[in-house]
Every structure is written in structure tokens, then in C-alpha cells.
Design a binder for this molecule. Structure first.
Ligand code: C5P
Length: 253
């Protein structure tokens, strides 16, 4: 069988050409990076967990009519997705202050915000994904006003869905990041949720204890990242309670 063509390799995923036109295969690596890749490690099993969790969230969104690029999971580390043109923005939704918002505005982490706040960052690693305003987005033509209306609506719908799902398993959704893709139907374009939704791209705190169950565990050296992600997966029923993630074939005598 011919080797698939790699389209792009990012920090946590590899994108391959899909089996049919208009599709791609998204492969989840075990690599963890933080602070624009200044901190790196390999966390065994992270890719498997993120693939399953991402499937869970994307399937749920598709079911409630929020369009995503997700088609189906192929195996432990890969999912088949619609290919799309990524809007060069990181769309962040925050329910509680944390991370860069806490630093920027001097807010204690965990402070509830008066309402969900949506922020946009320009996707450019060499610039450290700077925060931008809608004025920048319009002036530089990264997205039209109609796109921005659609992006805001998608972001808030994803927030409602994810907050509810997490609340149901005793987890507070502090914030998350999504990326948006354009797909073309003839002359028309549609915007859909693309990339991934996983504990790599969300802040998730246990409702009772405040324990962090997301990538901050790695960023801030708070313990074992795979254990934190397994906890999220187990609570959501995505992983059986006793399983440990299988990362490589094991020979049985
Ligand atoms: O770092 P900051 O506080 O701005 O992050 C807000 C949210 O966006 C966090 O959930 C973080 O994991 C996510 N994020 C991301 N990828 C980035 C930047 C932020 O997934 N490049």
C-alpha cells in the first residue's frame, strides 16, 4: 500500500491526505508542548486519549447541529475529517478568568466572568499567536463581518455544549480554544468547527476540589498529564474505568 502523503505536521498532530477528495486524516501524537514549544515532552497515551475525547465532543456537536469537520474515528490515533481552509484565528471562549486573561487583567484565576468572553488571537507561532481585535481581523481580511458573526455564534454554541457536558461530570469549563474551517459548497462557503477539542485546548477544573484536569498539569508541572486526561475520559464514559491507554502493541507469551 502506498504511504499516505503528509500535508502538515504540527506540535500535537499530523495531517495526512485522506482516502477521498475533500478528506484528511488527523493523527494525534503523544507530544506535549507549551509556551510556544519552549517546553516539550512525550506523554505516552496522550494522543490516544485526545483522539477519543475529541471524537466524543465532535460527535456530540454534530448531533446537536453544530457543524464540525469530524467524519469518523479510524483507529486509536486517527480520525477522518473533512478538509477545510483554516481561518487564521484561535477563537478562545472564557467563562472564568485564567491563564493569559488573568495575567493581562490582574484577575485571580477562577474568578467567574460576568458572561462568556470571546477573544481572537492571530494564528502565527513566530509571533506567539497575539491577541487581536475585530478591527484587525476586518482590516487585514482574515475574516469578513458575516464570518465573524458566524464564528461568534459557533463559539458560543460550543461553549454551551461543552459547559453542559462537563458540568454533568463534575467539571467546570474554565475556557477553551477552537479553530474554524471554511468548506465550499459550489459558490457558497460554510464555517465549521475544525482542528481539535481536547484537554490540550481546554481548561477543566474539578468542581469540588479545583484540581486541574487539562494541559496546565503539564505547563505548570502539577502531576501526570495522562492521568488527568484519563480522569476526564473515564468520567465521560469514553474510557472504561479500569483501562490504561494502550499506546503500543504488547507481546503476550
Ligand atoms: O493561554 P490562554 O489563557 O490564553 O489560553 C486560553 C485557552 O485556550 C486555554 O484553554 C488554552 O489551553 C487554549 N489555548 C490553546 N492553544 C493555544 C493557546 C491557548 O489551546 N495556542
Amino acid at each position: 500500500m502506498a504511504r499516505r502523503n503528509k500535508i502538515y505536521e504540527g506540535k500535537a498532530k499530523i495531517i495526512y491526505e485522506g482516502p477521498e477528495a475533500g478528506t484528511i486524516v488527523q493523527y494525534f501524537k503523544d507530544d506535549a508542548t507549551a509556551f510556544n514549544a519552549q517546553k516539550k515532552d512525550v506523554i505516552e497515551g496522550k494522543g490516544v486519549l485526545n483522539n477519543r475525547l475529541c471524537e466524543y465532543f465532535m460527535v456530540g456537536l454534530n448531533q446537536i447541529g453544530v457543524p464540525t469537520h469530524f467524519i469518523k474515528r479510524l483507529n486509536m490515533r486517527e480520525q477522518l475529517c473533512k478538509s477545510c481552509e483554516i481561518v487564521p484565528l484561535e477563537v478562545i471562549v472564557r467563562n472564568y478568568a485564567a491563564g493569559t486573561m488573568s495575567k493581562r487583567l490582574g484577575l485571580e484565576e477562577g474568578t467567574q466572568l460576568p458572561r462568556p468572553i470571546v477573544e481572537y488571537c492571530y494564528k502565527d507561532d513566530s509571533l506567539g499567536d497575539p491577541l487581536v481585535s475585530e478591527e484587525h481581523i476586518a482590516a487585514f481580511g482574515w475574516a469578513s463581518q458575516q464570518d465573524m458573526d458566524d464564528i461568534l455564534s459557533l463559539a458560543l454554541r460550543v461553549n454551551d455544549f461543552l459547559s453542559g457536558v462537563m458540568y454533568g461530570v463534575g467539571i467546570k469549563l474554565i475556557d477553551f480554544k477552537i479553530e474554524i474551517g471554511r468548506v465550499y459548497d459550489g459558490d457558497y462557503q460554510r464555517l465549521i468547527v475544525a482542528d481539535e477539542i481536547s484537554p490540550d485546548s481546554c481548561r477543566l477544573w474539578d468542581m469540588e476540589t479545583g484540581q486541574k484536569l487539562d494541559k496546565d498539569v503539564f505547563r505548570r508541572d502539577l502531576g501526570n498529564l495522562a492521568d488527568a486526561y484519563t480522569e476526564v475520559a473515564t468520567r465521560l464514559g469514553v474510557m472504561p474505568k479500569t483501562s490504561t491507554p494502550i499506546t503500543k502493541p504488547t507481546l503476550i507469551n
